[in-house]
Design a protein around this ligand. Structure first.
Ligand code: KIV
Length: 303
């Protein structure tokens, strides 16, 4: 079947039919291509970019400009997945008009299909203003890393009856404000299952158990590319950190032992041109070995 770009109605249809939604983060062109080629429904250019790529200790320092640059690269690599740009801390909290303008930049300058922002009832008005501007919004409740100081750490949310009730109210407020989906991060499985049943829009879980409408992971966790920690809720499908270390060490050895570059990596000069050149050469570098390769076709990049 011919593959088509994922749309909002496709996401709703999957919820109605009980088909799990898949979402992964990506922050650059090659990973966006890989995620898109794998048939993943949604790509989130998450502000986790700040931690797993830029090396910050939290997502708080991430700026609009950094998110836009990453989003632009992702949009160039992905053809079919639905693209969500994560609004960074302080790009939507201070003023509604500023929030709408910043959301608009993700769509207009970075080719995103939607934006995501953190918070429940308190951001419902902002969500309404952004959706009124014609921009789809994904909500994000439970553990909201941008408010990590206020939450007192990366602990599970909604673990008391009152806190679970608050999460349900937040989810309903976001749905009423026009969100097309909501991320539930690090909340008890039963609470996530309950919220998923109460909503007509999809829930996408991360550390929220098996009963949400979809799942999301940070791609660096999934691939074993982030060395600082692995959250309990993440599953590692590869340990690329180790593979990369091996590849880099092999490169170093090859260069040090002159095994790289090999003749097939080099370019030739015609013998007649070389001889003419040598006649005019007035230094001692005349014992340069010849290179016999066919370099008439070179489809590689030119830096
Ligand atoms: O920034 C991010 O990657 C996220 C996901 C963890 C949902 O918000």
């Amino acid at each position: 079947m011919e593959r088509k770009k994922v749309t909002l109605p496709d996401l709703m249809r999957k919820k109605e039919q009980g088909i799990p939604l898949t979402m992964l983060t990506a922050y650059d062109y090659p990973f966006a291509q890989a995620v898109d080629n794998a048939g993943i429904d949604l790509i989130l250019v998450g502000d986790s970019y700040g931690m797993v790529v830029l090396g910050y200790n939290s997502t708080v320092p991430v700026t609009m400009e950094q998110m836009l640059t990453a989003s632009q690269a992702v949009a160039r690599g992905a053809r079919y997945s639905f693209l969500v740009g994560d609004m960074p801390f302080m790009s939507y909290q201070a003023e509604t008009a500023e929030a709408v303008r910043n959301a608009g930049r993700f769509i207009k300058e970075a080719n995103m299909d939607a934006v995501k922002l953190e918070g429940g009832s308190k951001v419902a008005q902002t969500v309404r203003a952004i959706t009124n501007a014609g921009i789809p919004v994904m909500g994000h409740i439970g553990l909201t890393p941008q408010s990590i100081s206020q939450l007192g750490g990366y602990r599970t949310q909604g673990v008391t009856a009152a806190a679970a009730r608050e999460l349900v109210d937040d989810a309903l407020a976001l749905q009423a404000a026009g969100c097309f989906a909501i991320v539930l991060e690090k909340v008890p499985e039963r609470v996530a299952a309950y919220i998923t049943k109460r909503l007509h829009i999809p829930t996408i879980g991360i550390g929220a158990g098996a009963h949400t409408d979809g799942q999301v992971l940070v791609i660096h966790d999934l691939l074993g590319l982030f060395d600082r920690f692995l959250p309990k809720f993440a599953k590692q499908y590869a340990q690329l950190h180790g593979n990369i270390a091996q590849a880099l060490s092999a490169y170093r050895t090859d260069v040090e032992t002159r095994a790289f570059p090999a003749p097939e990596h080099a370019f030739a000069i015609k013998e007649s041109e070389w001889e003419t050149f040598m006649q005019s050469a007035d230094d001692v570098a005349t014992d340069v070995p010849p290179v016999f390769v066919d370099d008439s076709v070179d489809a590689t990049r030119v830096y």
